[in-house]
Design a protein around this ligand. Structure first.
Ligand code: CTP
Ligand code: CA
Length: 233
């Protein structure tokens, strides 16, 4: 859609979006990372800015992507840095969208020097520790009226379908909206197109058709504006 054809329904709204994948360093030259391209978070930022929002984009590692115009971009690397930057921006945010792929674990120790192979310890183990859940922290510290959106990439498994897992995650996380991407078999990661569901805490379940990441972004902002204009807000 052309920017001038979009509604200006996010005028005066401060949105904070996280994008990309965090990296957790092992030593100065190595890290644990993930395959997030950052495209969905950037599309959310671009569309929000086009619809009039003030946008803060906290971005971890992404593919080479064009910077969306009129967006305040804050680059970070690790989950800890991403958490700090998002929490800082959240103090004035009306809406927070956690589209970043945040590492669940980090190496317990980061070596100051490059780790060398050694015959004394031919098969070293890497000890991992849990990173804090940034989204859960934002929900705990939520400002009045603040709308919080999570993302979940799910595969179905023996314990349930993609939707079963996503519904449980929405409850567990306590956010207002959860965007669910079905992953695996070449879906979502590094792709131009995304498909999935948009689940709301109020029980709404919207199927997001296969389409450009900008289309998914528009669906998310439509739902967010609905929540911002809830009676009593
Ligand atoms: N998230 C976060 N902080 C973390 C991990 C995840 O804020 N340490 C956010 C992600 O940005 C996303 C949402 O939580 O918006 C869901 O991420 P996901 O990895 O699907 O959820 P987890 O609770 O980590 O569950 P899982 O065990 O399935 O990875
Ligand atoms: Ca996770």
């Amino acid at each position: 859609a052309r920017a001038d054809a979009l509604p200006r329904d996010l005028e005066g709204v401060h949105v904070v979006i996280s994008a990309g994948g965090t990296r957790e360093p092992l030593d100065p030259v190595r890290h644990l990372g993930n395959r997030s391209s950052g495209k969905q978070g950037y599309a959310l930022a671009r569309v929000a800015a086009q619809r009039g929002a003030r946008v803060t984009l906290v971005t971890a590692h992404t593919q080479a992507l064009a910077e969306p115009a009129g967006v305040d971009i804050r680059p970070v690397s690790t989950a800890a840095q991403l958490g700090e930057a998002v929490q800082d921006a959240a103090r004035t945010a009306d809406v927070i969208v956690m589209a970043a792929a945040v590492a669940d674990f980090r190496p317990a120790d980061t070596a100051d020097y490059k780790i060398k192979k050694s015959d004394d310890n031919p098969d070293p183990d890497i000890k991992l520790v849990r990173n804090p859940d940034i989204l859960a922290g934002l929900v705990r510290q939520r400002l009045p009226g603040q709308v919080i959106v999570g993302f979940a990439a799910e595969t179905g498994d023996a314990d349930g379908s993609v939707l079963d897992h996503a519904t449980a995650k929405l409850k567990r996380k306590g956010c207002d909206l959860l965007v669910v991407n079905a992953v695996g078999e070449g879906k979502a990661f590094e792709m131009e197109e995304n498909t999935g569901w948009l689940l709301s805490a109020e029980g709404l379940r919207e199927r997001i058709p296969l389409g450009a990441k900008a289309l998914l972004a528009a669906t998310v902002w439509d739902a967010v504006t609905g929540l911002l204009h809830r009676p009593g807000k």
